[in-house]
Write a protein that binds this ligand. Sequence first.
Ligand code: G3I
Ligand code: 9MR
Length: 584
Amino acid sequence: MQKTPVISRIRRLAVAAVFLSALAAFTLSAHATTMENIRLNQTGYYPESRKVATVVVSDDKSAPSEFLVVGVPGGRTVFRGKLSAELFWWEESGERGFRADFSAVSAPGRYKLVILGDVPYRSESYPFTVSDRAFKDVAVASMRTYYFQRCSYALARKHAGKWARAAGHPDLDVTYHPSSGHWEGEGKVTSPGGWYDAGDFGKYVVNSGITVGTLLAFYELFPNYFPDKSLDIPESGSGRPDILDEVKFNLDWMKTMQDVDGGVFFKLTTLSFPGYIMPDEDRGQRFIIGKSTTSSLNFAAAMAMAARVYAPFDSVYAKNCAERALLAWEWAVKNPGAAFKNPADVKTGEYRDATFDDEFIWAAAELFITTKEKRFADFLKGKEVSYSGEPSWQNVHSLAALSLASVKNGLDAQRLDTIRKSVTKTADKWLTEMDKHLYRMPNMKFIWGSNSSFANMGVGMIYAHIISGDSKYLLGAVEIADYLLGKNAVGISFVSAFGTKAMSNPHHRQSVAGKVGAIPGFLAGGPNAGQQDSAHGVTYSSKLPAKSYEDAYKSYASNEVAINWNAPAVFLFGAIDALMRSQK
Ligand code: G3I
Ligand code: 9MR
């Protein structure tokens, strides 16, 4: 008898709960139509971030004007805002849209945006978080990708999880290609280790150089960000920062690419790209190919940086890096115009470059900082060194400016001031462009690897922030990271495993052949107006530059991953996370 009131109360509550959840489902279904037209960072924002989503509309009169930010789950409204009065237009994506500024939402939590208005605009976004370590996980994952790129190396389940794999390419019996200046009869070359360049299994010194340069530059500014035991790699626990253990894996290989005369070979690959197979299945003969001014100078710059960075940990190793850097430099001075071109029988990556001034300046700058030798000061005298745009594997000039602007060196105060101002001036130009842009982004050409250009712009903004102390640059850098994580014209997070709709089919042989999904933390090359792979089985849904992207494994022109593209992503995510934390 006594039970009845209790049971009936429970029943009444249950009926109410069913009614409420039905109401919630009804409210949601009224909204839950198109997530695609709200473009925002699908991973997360810092409490202090400027939070601006892009709401794409078609050109009709029923355009929305208001939006909500609601909690997930629960749907409690935490903010009600108005869309921008201005309707923006971006010709690169052929899109028209409003901005939704929800910067005021700063309490840690999980949310989504709900656009109020008539169909078809009534919609809600992918969920995102607000957290004071918003980019920590993506920074760690993007740095951990280098472990997965290790050549001649088995990935153990303990560190690699379901992506564990056998070692591939021992590279203990590599053949000299005649383009190397040696011939086969001289015997086999031993050149194990290093990182695979990208989705392919080649190892290219030019690209290794800029990658190591970017990662070591990050270390010089943020030595405590990836400390020992932070990356869950086999060397974790060595007593040395994990980032330096990982970079050393590639440096050791780079050293094997130096010829006896100091010059540095161009690449180590098969004659053509293999199919979609695992590293250990790729048994084709590998060759040491070419020797060039660019490979020698990028090697010199990277080794010069390594010499100063590794000195406190291992003076013998560091000294060897310095000696090798000098030998490579001297070779380049004697061979200032040795261009690399693929020999007729070689079809792998060419990293074609016709101008070497930028490589000379970068190598001289790093050698000057490390050795303080007068010959490098003399070399830099009278040469313009400035930061006028983001670096790329092809144009490394601005890396010289960034190092000189931030690492202690003996340049005179006036020259340093000019270099530093060039960084803030370029960052100012980008901020001005961002103010006018639908997505609040700097203007850019959508070339092969465009995402790395954006990431490098973000890195430039980080330097501008460090040089000036002005947080407007840091906030700008965060917005560039937002682009990579979903605030873009295809509405996808370009970083694998980060975001509800994240890149998941990279042109990455291990990921394709492994059949266990994409390894997390890789940045896709991104929209590429060239669409060079359209003749090789890739169908693009748009011809517009900012939409020239397909999350398809065959799309090597828009969806490959590469060590030189991930490096500025690591820098950007890691620097933002470190700086946001230190601002508190
Ligand atoms: O330099 C011109 C520039 O003047 C012009 O405005 C622009 C317009 O398209 O093109 C520029 O040349 C482009 C060049 O990259 C430099 O950006 C070429 O069109 C473009 O085809 C070339 O793409 C390179 C690609 O290899 C093909 O060679 C990428 O930068 C480079 O990152 C990529 O690297 C490959 C390796 O070869 C092999 N391993 C994978 C790696 C990543 O895809
Ligand atoms: O898979 C290759 C990729 O790693 C390179 O970056 C790209 C550009 O050099 O080339 C890819 O290989 C393609 C080749 O160039 C053309 N035929 C299709 C290949 C992809 O399966």
